[in-house]
Each structure stands twice: as structure tokens, then as C-alpha cells.
Design a binder for this molecule. Structure first.
Ligand SMILES: NC(=O)c1ccc[n+]([C@@H]2O[C@H](COP(=O)([O-])OP(=O)(O)OC[C@H]3O[C@@H](n4cnc5c(N)ncnc54)[C@H](OP(=O)(O)O)[C@@H]3O)[C@@H](O)[C@H]2O)c1
Length: 251
């Protein structure tokens, strides 16, 4: 089991990361939270401090994570303040407007920048740090959308697919260094990101449910997890539909 006593959260103000933070603090963890929205981050850190015990350290920084020049500094500060790094969760992301991306190549690039390249920059720095210390766990929230490109959201899907593939390679490299790399693939989760969606039906999960799954996967050093688990079978079917049929479907 991986210890999660000292954890860095990137995209800490996301609904899923926020629930993960609360559950980690309840388990005795110290946290360094990096989030973009100052008000939300301050409120989150205050809330976590109230929940934490005297021995737990809670702090963080405001950042737009597409500014990769700051990434190394955040990792250094977090490591100093926490006294080491046991685990990292990268959670930030946006759900692009697919139609708008189709009409604007700069917007498409910006969405890839946020959802993939900023994550890959963080991963490159974190991998070297954890490889050196020969222990720890890195988890990233990818998505079931990264398993197969679909007309309705292939910009998002391509970014998440890039993350999933990058993590596969990183896992292969870091296995030798005793560092676990966990790919989190949620399905539909009821968060601000999906505020516009109609949320009826059994496929929708709550962020606290997904947070619980993330923590368990990090502790157990899982490779890839679908959250909730049933998305594994849904995506198995989707991935196996022959391309000649798939390209004519309205998905
Ligand atoms: N909800 C779903 O159905 C679902 C399904 C699969 C995967 N996911 C993934 O789960 C993760 C968490 O999303 P969520 O559902 O919890 O939605 P959310 O509450 O909307 O969280 C998204 C977070 O990403 C942050 N963010 C976006 N761009 C950023 C940037 N450039 N720099 C720093 N932070 C940035 C947002 O910050 P601001 O508050 O400043 O906007 C927000 O806190 C995302 O990676 C998402 O792709 C979600």
C-alpha cells in the first residue's frame, strides 16, 4: 500500500479534487493545493484546515497551469512545506466546446494545451523527482473519452487519449523505480464541468464516489481504473466496434 500522508493536488478546486482533498485530510494527510480560482482555493484551504489535525499541514498556490514556467517552483515549494512527496494528483481540465473548436484552430490548440500539454509538463518534472526518491505515486484524471475518438468531443478525447498514452509509457519507465503511475478514467460525473448536461440516469456518479475510487487506486498502486467500475465494460464494447461501422455512428 502506498502512503498518502503528503500529497500535492494540481487543479485542487475541481469538484473531484476537492472531494479527494477532504477524504485525504480525514485520513490524516497533509496537502499542497494548486488551483486557478483564488476565491475557491482560499475557501478550500480554509475548509481543509478546519478539518485537519494539529500535525497536518495544509497550504497551496494560485496558478493558471498552462503557464508551465511555474511548475517546478510549485513542486519545490510543496516538497519543502510537506517535508516530502508521497503522492500527486493532477486533476485540472476543461470540457471544450467541440463545435467552437472545429471553427477555430487556435481554440483547439488552447484546449490541447490545457488538457494535455500542461499535464505532460508537470508529469515530466514529477517523474524525475519521484524516480530519484525511488517511491511514491502519481495519479492523473484522464477520461473514458480518451479511449476512442468520437465526433461529439474528439478535441477533449484526443487530449485525454494523449495523457493516457503518456502515462502508459511513464508507468513502464517508473515501475523500475518503485513509483506507481495511475490513470483515472471517470465516466459521467456530476460537477461544474458537466453543468449543462441532463443528469438523469444510472450512468452519472457523484464526485465523492469518484474521489473514494481515486484514493483507493492510489493507495493500491493500480495502473488504470474506470470510475465507477462499470465504465470498463461499456468502453470495452465501444473500443471493439469495427471502425467501418463506428465512423457512421452518431456518437
Ligand atoms: N465531470 C466529468 O464528467 C468528468 C469525466 C471524466 C473526466 N473528468 C476530468 O476530471 C477532472 C476534474 O474535473 P471536474 O469534473 O471536477 O470539473 P470541474 O469542477 O469543472 O474542475 C475543473 C477544474 O480544472 C481547473 N482548470 C481548468 N483550466 C485550468 C488551468 N489552465 N489552470 C489551472 N486549473 C485549471 C478549473 O479551475 P477554475 O475553477 O479556475 O475554472 C477547475 O477547478 C478534469 O480533468 C476532467 O477532465 C471529468
Amino acid at each position: 500500500m502506498n502512503s498518502l500522508k503528503r500529497v500535492i493536488l494540481f487543479g485542487a478546486t475541481s469538484a473531484i479534487a476537492e472531494q479527494t482533498a477532504r477524504q485525504l485530510v480525514a485520513q490524516g494527510a497533509s496537502l499542497y493545493c494548486v488551483g486557478r480560482n483564488r476565491d475557491k482555493l482560499v475557501a478550500l484551504i480554509e475548509d481543509l484546515k478546519i478539518r485537519a489535525g494539529d500535525q497536518q499541514h495544509i497550504d497551496g498556490s494560485v496558478a493558471d497551469l498552462t503557464d508551465c514556467s511555474q511548475h517546478a517552483q510549485f513542486i519545490d515549494t510543496a516538497e519543502q512545506q510537506l517535508g516530502g512527496i508521497d503522492g500527486v494528483l493532477i486533476a485540472h481540465g476543461t470540457l471544450p466546446d467541440q463545435q467552437a473548436c472545429q471553427a477555430d484552430s487556435a481554440l483547439t490548440r488552447q484546449e490541447i494545451e490545457t488538457n494535455a500539454l500542461s499535464v505532460i509538463n508537470l508529469l515530466t518534472l514529477l517523474a524525475n523527482r519521484l524516480e530519484q526518491q525511488q517511491r511514491g505515486v502519481i495519479a492523473v484524471i484522464s477520461s473514458v473519452a480518451g479511449d476512442r475518438g468520437r465526433q461529439s468531443n474528439y478535441v477533449y478525447g484526443a487530449a485525454k487519449g494523449m495523457i493516457t498514452l503518456f502515462l502508459q509509457g511513464l508507468r513502464n519507465r517508473l515501475a523500475k523505480a518503485n513509483v506507481d503511475v495511475v490513470t483515472i478514467k471517470p465516466g459521467f460525473v456530476d460537477t461544474p464541468m458537466t453543468a449543462e448536461f441532463d443528469k438523469g440516469g444510472p450512468l452519472w456518479a457523484k464526485p465523492e464516489q469518484v474521489a473514494k475510487g481515486i484514493i483507493q487506486a492510489m493507495q493500491k498502486g493500480k495502473n488504470e481504473v474506470y470510475l465507477p467500475w462499470f465504465w470498463w465494460s461499456i468502453m470495452l464494447i465501444i473500443k471493439h466496434i469495427p471502425e467501418a461501422i463506428f465512423k457512421r455512428m452518431s456518437l
